[in-house]
Design a protein around this ligand. Structure first.
Ligand code: GLN
Length: 472
């Protein structure tokens, strides 16, 4: 049986009704991971996965109660702690690190009897838009191996798109779930800030980071998010988000951001975006122009705020704890300097330099403080805009997946990839990416739906109706 063609509900139903074994499902996906190892999406398959699946099958055979994800294999980004397993953040600095405890989201998935079975490739410490900044090498696009997978959760998106797992978890600081989802034709969400506990997840920018599921379908995505979401005593920034019970509507109002119109019109993919708008019109939805006056400043704001936070968050990686230590070091200071110089990759170093610059005494007011003010303003502007519409739509990315090596030497070109994804991150609002069209070379394109705080249910509902409404 081709298990990747089943929905999560069908998988769970098949396993719990003993139509097939969780062991067979896990083995099947492990085989797929091995068969498609050239994609470089999976870093490690956990050696206890089959034993865990067998134990679950026995539990089912004994008619014991099992969870909502009974026997479903889940792949996780290499930045999420899973007790006793390696977690390297795709950094050679962390190559020997083993997690002493599990992240809250791992516990939640395991409480529902999911089988955490593999670790996925990513950009080092989640910094990047192409999954090329990995100590394991680039992860390749599932549709064209000469193209990037997108980043930073490229491995997770490719794993789902290529049928290596039914669901994978990524993290999104400024687009890292949505952009690779868009590049590989799968569904990914960045939830409302705080909805998913970050306990046990290495965040490089704590004020925007959120974990989110990547799946083939919108229904599967909603199902997994409902399991991941919720307040956690171990994460002071977490919030209760009972989005599942919020009401849905027959007809929605779709917002187009006035300040992005010109930029979107200049894209090669504008015709596809325009046809998405027409599809909504045909469904009888109102299309309105809304103002988010500072939306275009988000990219600059993001690349000031998040390096500043990265500088501070990465200070603990010092050659003493977590990481490997330079063998050249002869003094404590050298332990710090040499270990960090040898351990971190180029992009991570670039962000640390940028972060220190914007936080330095002469520049703090001009950059960091100003960016913080802009963040507050943006939250207000979005809140105002959502009084007039249920969602604001944009393309998820400016174009199709680009060539491997195409932008890696040009950081600014790489950062521009995040133009449409960072606003939701800065404002802390939910944003969903769904596949909706193909680009010139036939690669998938994603449509982004942003919504007000805690409006995930609305976004999922609009996306489902959009798909049913005839969009491909
Ligand atoms: N591409 C963005 C960056 O490099 C987003 C990364 C992310 O969301 N983790 O910062």
């Amino acid at each position: 049986m081709k298990f990747e063609e089943l929905s999560l509900q069908e998988l769970v139903e098949g396993i719990t009704s003993q139509k097939f074994l969780s062991e067979s499902v896990v083995k099947y996906f492990i085989e797929q991971c091995e068969k498609h190892s050239d994609l470089n999406a999976i870093i490690e398959v956990f050696d206890d996965a089959i034993a865990k699946a067998k134990a679950l099958d026995e539990k089912i055979a004994r008619c014991e109660k099992v969870g909502k994800l009974a026997g479903v294999p889940v792949a996780i980004k290499d930045i999420i702690a899973c007790k006793g397993k390696k977690m390297t953040c795709a950094s050679k600095f962390m190559k020997d690190y083993e997690s002493p405890y599990s992240a809250t989201i791992i516990k939640k998935l395991e409480a529902e009897d999911a089988i955490i079975f593999a670790r996925t490739n990513m950009d080092e410490f989640a910094m990047g838009s192409s999954c090329e900044n990995s100590c394991y090498g680039a992860c390749k696009n599932s549709h064209d191996q000469t193209r990037v997978s997108g980043g930073s959760s490229g491995g997770s998106a490719v794993a789902v798109a290529s049928g290596l797992c039914p669901v994978a978890i990524g993290t999104d600081t400024g687009g890292s779930v949505r952009q690779p989802s868009s590049f590989n034709g799968v569904v990914g969400i960045k939830p409302t800030y705080g909805s998913v506990s970050r306990f046990g997840i290495v965040a490089f920018a704590s004020s925007t980071d959120q974990a989110g599921p990547i799946t083939k379908t919108i229904e599967d995505n909603e199902f997994i998010l409902s399991i991941l979401a919720g307040k956690d005593a171990n994460d002071g920034t977490s919030i209760e988000n009972d989005f599942i019970s919020s009401p849905t509507k027959e007809k929605y109002t779709i917002g187009i951001c006035k300040q992005l119109t010109e930029k979107i019109k200049q894209l090669d993919t504008y015709p596809q975006f325009e046809s998405a708008i027409h599809a909504f019109e045909k469904m009888g939805y109102d299309i309105v122009e809304v103002d988010v006056p500072h939306i275009a400043d988000c990219l600059a704001c993001y690349y000031i705020l998040t390096p500043a936070e990265a500088t501070s968050n990465l200070a603990r990686f010092d050659g003493v704890k977590y990481t490997i230590r330079s063998e050249e070091a002869k003094s404590l200071e050298e332990v710090y300097v040499k270990s960090r110089s040898e351990g971190f990759g180029e992009e991570v170093k670039r962000r640390i330099m940028l972060g220190n610059f914007v936080l330095s005494s002469g520049y703090f007011d001009a950059y960091y403080k100003k960016a913080k003010k802009l963040q507050t303003l943006l939250k207000q502007e979005f809140a105002e805009a959502f009084k007039h519409c249920d969602t604001i739509i944009t393309p998820t990315t400016p174009g199709e997946a680009f060539e491997i090596g195409g932008k890696i030497k040009d950081p600014v070109a790489m950062y521009l990839e995040d133009l449409f994804t960072v606003p939701a991150s800065i404002a802390g609002i939910p944003a969903l990416s769904i596949p909706y069209a193909k680009g010139k070379t036939g690669l998938p394109l994603g449509l982004q739906l942003m919504g007000a705080q805690k409006s995930e249910k609305t976004l999922y509902d609009i996306a489902k109706k959009f798909k049913q409404g005839g969009a491909q």
